[in-house]
Design a binder for this molecule. Structure first.
Ligand code: HEM
Length: 483
């Protein structure tokens, strides 16, 4: 050890700070640590594992971007291997396989691939969301899941589905319900700390966690293989819809390189279908909540849409540049409720020194996006949802369009252009066609919606709530039905 660690809670013998890490709203908790220890850069450890928290953008940019050659690995998570998800790009350690998969993603999710390859699917799926909200608005959280999971199924595998009962959709929802995102936090499950616990036979008592693990492994196997079967048959029959995997299979290349590429592509498709989709679910439900509790913002947004688009058509991507207030809502949504508030943890590959502190090799690094987004200097009144903060006095967008919610450096979200397109289209389409308000109880009184989010491991989600989603007019209802 060369120099002091950054400030943080006092460690106890052997366990270190294990009991200082709570699984309840950790991003907020680490922001409080910052105030308690008068530092934006914090250190703790559990059982000898080093943990660094970065609460300020300045430190995140210096370490994760300017020193990205040291700060771009991921922590070692034994659970990934136990559940057969070690091929998941988002949690993969740096190395040859990560580079190949990341390159495949960059090819398919770059900005200039959006219009031709992705937008038609985004439009179709967002219109389907509108239709579902028209029919069963009270099930908005199911519809959000459907939107998010059906897009990668279509883009990656060319598979279109309209039902949550479809096993290819239902299995993803089921896997999330097993708290799988919590397992992917280094100290989110005992299996990452004491891996041999996974070997305890299931016939012994108190083995519920081991049973969950086994079920997650079964589901993850299904999620990897089942959609591949679904894609191969239409390719053989010549009826396949265009998609990343159909394009590949149609080449019918049997070379060794093609086999390697097939395996990498299958894992990429699986990462995006079974993992990345969760972030869109979280953004959609947070957006619906924020509109229900901010009617005046909804009114301003709808006035802008009416002025630019009118009532004769649904919004399209061509409208984006003409709707600064909607763009400001998009940026404010991801600032106010970042779906992954502690990012996906990075890890260091070498010892480092920063601001006089020692940061050892193998340290897990949490960029606290939530704390950065609550910085009073960058965002005055940060706990208020206020899209205007991204606009100047003439109502034009300010130039800084960096969205912190997408992370940092070499590991920055590789799907950010797709995410931006889907979230924007979801926002503008819902605002154009629906009024989102608080639900009424049987006495006609507003049902209160609390500002309560829950920490679900890598994500943070709005707790369940009720609201009312009704079409703004007969004209909008007709447009949705015809879409
Ligand atoms: C609002 C939606 C989304 C948000 C807020 C989001 C956020 C993030 C964040 C914070 C990371 C980690 C960045 C870091 O480690 O510094 C990440 C990684 C990643 N995201 Fe997203 N994401 C979203 C949607 C998507 C979508 C739609 C896709 C796929 C098309 C996607 C694919 C990925 C992948 C593959 C990684 C791993 C990259 C790597 O480790 O090299 N994400 N995302």
């Amino acid at each position: 050890k060369q120099g002091p660690y950054p400030p943080g809670p006092n460690p106890k013998p052997f366990v270190g700070n294990f009991y200082d890490f709570h699984n309840v709203d950790r991003a907020m908790e680490y922001a409080k640590w910052g105030k308690r220890y008068h530092s934006d850069i914090l250190y703790a450890n559990y059982f000898g594992n080093h943990v660094l928290v970065l609460n300020s953008l300045e430190d995140a940019e210096e370490l994760l971007e300017r020193r990205s050659s040291i700060y771009s690995d991921r922590p070692d998570l034994p659970v990934l291997n136990m559940v057969g998800m070690d091929g998941n790009l988002a949690f993969m350690r740096l190395g040859h396989e990560w580079r190949i998969q990341r390159r495949i993603c960059q090819q398919h999710f770059r900005l200039d691939a959006m219009a031709a390859q992705h937008h038609p699917v985004h439009i179709r799926k967002v219109h389907f969301l509108l239709k579902q909200l028209l029919e069963t608005p009270e099930k908005f959280d199911h519809h959000a899941a459907m939107l998010s999971i059906s897009i990668p199924l279509s883009v990656m595998y060319g598979y279109d589905t309209e039902s949550l009962d479809d096993p290819l959709v239902g299995n993803v929802v089921r896997m999330f319900s097993y708290g799988v995102t919590r397992m992917f936090s280094p100290n989110g499950t005992w299996f990452n700390i004491v891996p041999w616990l996974a070997k305890i036979p299931l016939w012994l008592p108190w083995t519920d966690s081991q049973r969950h693990l086994k079920e997650v492994a079964r589901l993850s196997g299904l999620l990897l293989n089942a959609p591949l079967e679904v894609v191969k048959q239409p390719v053989d029959e010549g009826t396949a819809q265009p998609s990343v995997l159909t394009q590949f299979f149609e080449k019918k290349d049997d070379s060794i390189e093609a086999k390697d590429r097939e395996s990498a592509l299958a894992k990429v498709a699986n990462t995006i279908y079974s993992g990345a989709s969760n972030t869109i679910i979280l953004s959609t439900t947070s957006f619906i909540y924020l509109m229900a509790v901010n009617p005046e913002i909804q009114c301003i947004a709808q006035r802008e849409i009416d002025r630019v688009i009118g009532e004769n058509r649904l919004p399209t991507f061509d409208d984006r540049a003409l709707l600064p207030y909607i763009e400001a809502i998009y940026r404010e949504l991801l600032r106010f409720a970042p779906p992954a508030p502690l990012c996906i943890p990075h890890s260091t590959t070498e010892d480092d020194h920063y601001k006089g502190y020692f940061i050892p090799k193998g340290t897990t690094v949490y960029p606290n996006i939530w704390a950065m987004s609550r910085n009073e200097e960058l965002y005055p009144n940060p706990h208020v949802f206020k899209p205007e903060r991204f606009l100047n006095e003439s109502g034009e967008l300010k130039s800084n369009d960096r969205v912190l919610a997408y992370g940092f450096g070499r590991r920055i979200c590789v799907g950010k252009h797709a995410a931006s397109a889907v979230v924007w289209l979801m926002i503008v389409s819902l605002l154009a066609s629906f009024s989102i308000t608080k639900a009424k109880d049987e006495h006609g009184i507003d049902v209160e919606i609390f500002d309560d989010f829950e920490d679900i491991g890598v994500g943070r989600q709005k707790k369940q709530f009720q609201c009312s989603i009704t079409p703004r007019s007969k004209a909008w209802r007709k447009l949705i039905e015809e879409a």
